[in-house]
Design a binder for this molecule. Structure first.
Ligand code: NDP
Ligand code: GDR
Length: 383
């Protein structure tokens, strides 16, 4: 039985990957952080009582800032594959805690690689490093001749997160070259899902769209509506991580859809899922999105009460507090190498991704509606 160790198992990707590897027959170990409240929501359905026989999933307390703990867990678990997904992954928050991010996202990667080396497991253990399209920084002059970022495009990170991750990228490549380790970078472009953290822009939009459609919220405040991202589905992307570690030779791969979309259009698509047409007007700080039509048929088929929705209602406003000190304006990845070499083919396009997220958030927010009707406190707004 193959053994995998996942750092960041409680995150979006960790949860999908753990489930995927368990289905493939792996024994999966995951590292979770101690927190004052349970932080295992995304993997609770995978929980196995350790007193039972035939256990295949085990969680260990740990942290990427603690070498001793990483060495002990790797020694105890003897993994064939390590997926280093643990990170402080929010770009905007990285401007607030840059030193911590450097420690976790940058040096944390070194700690994993070095633990494997110290334990003499260089030839046994394959390592996947969660690298990111944030390394490119969105500089137009660094795109390839076809207008994409690929495995050979230069890097120019634009946030403490990107800068920390560039260390993770290069130290992974260096350990591969210096010590012959099977250590690979997946340069993944944005990927989302119903499990996406609530403060990333897509999930912020789908949650708010559901709340607005149910009359639980009137308006959503966003930052840069013109930012463009290459958005895929996390379920497709975790499969690529696994494929990268099954190759004969260790190499780095870009994982992307090859399509880019503005935040503004993501908003339009989310609202369209619940039958609401939104039109944007104004510029920069004063731009806003207004309801111009409600498709009663779609709304009723979803059980929505359209009386709370008014034509002319402003549902999107810009709040400059969400503007980043340095922004990545446009990301667009070239999945050619991963498609030809890994045989990777995403199952979700953007429309299917938005639908999946909206169905899920509508269900979630309907629970909120019941709570509110019953006089109970509803879920908080997230920024
Ligand atoms: P999430 O933010 O959803 O998950 C991050 C995980 O890392 C969580 O399990 C979190 O634990 C854990 N973590 C945070 N700090 C530490 C620490 N100090 N020690 C150990 N674990 C820690 O991220 P995603 O699942 O979206 O992303 C997975 C990885 O892929 C990350 O490294 C991210 O930077 C990278 N990436 C993500 C992309 C995306 O679009 N999703 C694109 C490219 C790269 P807790 O649950 O306790 O907070
Ligand atoms: P990103 O994702 O920074 O690309 O990093 P995020 O969803 O946070 O932002 C995408 C774009 O949307 C713009 N934006 C807003 N963003 C947030 N979070 N909140 C807002 O209100 C808002 N309004 C506009 C942002 O300015 C940005 O341009 C994600 C993370 O998962 C990283 O860990 C990962 O490495 C990269 O994707 C690839």
């Amino acid at each position: 039985m193959k053994v995998a160790l996942i750092t960041g198992v409680t995150g979006q990707d960790g949860a999908y990957l753990a489930e995927f590897l368990l289905k493939k027959g792996y024994f999966v170990h995951g590292i979770k952080r101690r927190s004052s409240l349970f932080n295992t929501d995304r993997i609770d359905h995978l929980y196995q009582d350790q007193h039972e026989k035939d256990v295949h999933f085990k969680l260990h307390y740990g942290d990427l800032t603690d070498s001793t703990n990483l060495i002990r867990i790797i020694q105890e678990t003897q993994p064939d594959e390590i997926y280093n997904l643990g990170a402080m992954s929010h770009v905007m928050v990285s401007f607030d805690s840059p030193e911590y991010v450097a420690n976790v996202d940058g040096i944390g990667t070194l700690r994993i690689l070095e633990a494997v080396r110290i334990l003499g497991m260089e030839k046994k253990t394959r390592i996947y490093q969660a690298s990111t399209s944030e390394l490119y920084g969105g500089l137009p002059e660094n795109k390839n001749a076809n207008g994409f970022y690929d495995e050979n495009s230069p890097f120019y990170p634009r946030s403490p997160y990107g800068v920390a991750k560039i260390y993770g990228f290069w130290i992974t490549k260096n350990y591969r070259e210096a010590y012959g380790m099977f250590a690979c970078n997946g340069i993944l472009f944005n990927h989302e899902s119903p499990l996406r953290g609530e403060t990333f822009v897509t999930r912020k939009i789908t949650r708010a769209t559901a709340k607005i459609a149910l009359g639980l919220q009137s308006c959503l405040y966003l930052g840069n509506l013109s930012a463009q991202r290459d958005w895929g589905h996390a379920k497709d992307y975790i499969e690529a991580m696994w494929l990268i570690l099954q190759q004969e030779k260790p190499e780095d791969f870009v994982i992307a859809t090859g399509v880019t979309t503005t935040v503004r259009d993501f908003v339009r698509m989310s609202f369209a899922e619940v039958g609401i047409e939104v039109e944007f007007s104004g510029k920069d700080d004063n731009e806003k999105g207004v309801i111009i039509d409600v498709d009663e048929q779609i709304a009723h088929s979803l059980g929505l009460n359209t009386q709370t929705l008014k034509i002319g209602q402003t549902v999107i406003k810009v709040d400059p507090k969400y503007f980043r000190p340095t922004e990545v304006d446009l990301l667009l990845g070239d999945p050619k190498k991963s498609k030809t070499q890994l045989g990777w083919e995403p199952k979700y396009d953007l429309a299917a991704l938005v639908k999946d997220m909206m169905i899920s958030d509508l269900q979630l927010m309907k629970k909120d509606e019941y709570l509110k009707k019953g006089g109970f406190k509803t879920l908080n707004y997230f920024e």
